[in-house]
Design a protein. Structure first.
Length: 385
């Protein structure tokens, strides 16, 4: 089924009925979108209801959202314990579960003086790395004894899915105590080999800062921090990694090499030298993702992978961050790859088209040459100096 099938309006219902039973109308929308393999639903008053299907945003063939209906929906879905925080901040994140449909990461926010809603479908069961078609090196990274692993990318690039798959791999392979701090909880993990405790900000703990202060007293082997947002978050991650823990988190950057600089930007200038030296010793990997359209429909992640090898560690210690892209490009034997290399592989495997690969490439001119079989050596750039 797609969102363009005839009968969608009949399946979702009419707006007069919706205003009498707002949640039923909402659930019908969510059901249609999930069955169409959609990821997101966007609601704002007096506007078409839109959904993202395979990366493309489209308007649903159904009645527009009205202010009255949307206000009733928001009153019913925002958890009681965070309503005051929503009133104060004008936006709130939480996890919302619909029976027989699934769990949705939900953001309610103000725009143009009115309320709007964005809901992202997250599968309850954490995926497996093999099912996602991710490089095997991620299994090795997931089973690291200690250090910081950052999953990076823009919004909607699949960071949370990859991180959940890595946690699930640990759950299958090792007996560990895992504690997560999420805003909101997305994937629901079931204990296998691991004992997993998931804490949601605003529900189980008042704030990230409060949760981070207590996490080391809860005997964790592995800590998952939903997103690195500030110096407090990263300071806690560094402290945990320094004391032998494995820490996972996400970061908003467009490539792996930028991740180190982005972390340093959290801190004041006079703190960065110390933090950079700490990071050189504790970083395990930065994995950056971009979603790419497949030839046969759907999307697939292209990954750029930075590993903290001896060479990379030396570069971070010496503040030679501009050399990190070359280190990635020439680090294939260690398991590293840049976006162009990942995209070239997807093209050769006939998963994505050349046109799509070029659209998502970091360096289109270089990828065009690679597609023609022309490769320029970067080894002199990486070790020079």
């Amino acid at each position: 089924m797609t969102v363009n099938d005839t009968g969608i309006q009949e399946m979702i219902g009419s707006m007069p009925a919706a205003e009498n039973d707002p949640l039923k109308f909402l659930y019908n929308i969510l059901d249609v979108v999930v069955k169409a393999d959609g990821s997101d639903v966007h609601l704002k008053p007096e506007a078409p209801i839109r959904a993202r299907i395979h990366g493309a945003l489209t308007a649903l063939d159904c009645p527009w959202a009205t202010s009255r209906w949307l206000k009733a929906v928001i009153e019913r879905i925002v958890p009681v314990q965070i309503r005051e925080r929503y009133k104060q901040s004008g936006q709130i994140d939480f996890s919302y579960y619909v029976p027989n449909i699934g769990r949705f990461r939900t953001n309610v926010y103000n725009q143009r003086g009115e309320e709007a809603v964005a809901m992202r479908f997250v599968k309850n069961q954490a995926p497996r790395l093999d099912d996602l078609g991710l490089p095997p090196i991620l299994k090795d990274i997931a089973l690291s004894e200690r250090g910081i692993v950052l999953i990076a990318g823009t919004t909607g690039s699949g960071k949370s899915t990859t991180m959940a798959a890595m946690i699930e791999h640990i759950n299958e392979m090792q007996a560990k105590n895992i504690i997560t701090l999420e805003d909101p909880i997305e994937f629901m993990f079931e204990d296998n080999q691991c004992d997993i405790k998931q804490r949601e900000v605003g529900v189980d703990v008042p704030s990230f800062a409060e949760g981070l202060r207590g996490v080391l007293r809860q005997d964790p082997d592995i800590i998952l921090i939903g997103e690195m947002r500030d110096a407090v978050s990263f300071s806690a991650a560094l402290s945990a990694a320094d004391t032998g823990h494995l820490v996972f988190s996400t970061l908003h950057v467009t490539n792996a090499a930028q991740g180190v600089g982005r972390v340093l930007d959290f801190f004041k200038p006079d703190e960065r030298e110390h933090v950079r030296q700490q990071l050189a010793g504790t970083l395990r990997a930065i994995i950056c993702q971009r979603m790419v359209r497949k030839i046969n429909g759907g999307v697939v992640p292209a990954l750029e992978i930075l590993l903290n090898t001896v060479t990379v560690r030396k570069m971070i210690e010496q503040n030679r961050l501009d050399a990190l892209p070359a280190a990635i490009e020439t680090g294939n034997d260690d398991g590293m790859q840049n976006f162009n290399q990942a995209l070239l592989k997807l093209v050769k495997e006939n998963v994505v088209s050349q046109e799509e690969a070029l659209l998502k490439a970091s360096n289109q001119a270089a990828l065009e040459m690679n597609l023609k079989g022309i490769f320029l050596s970067q080894s002199t750039r990486i070790l020079g100096g």
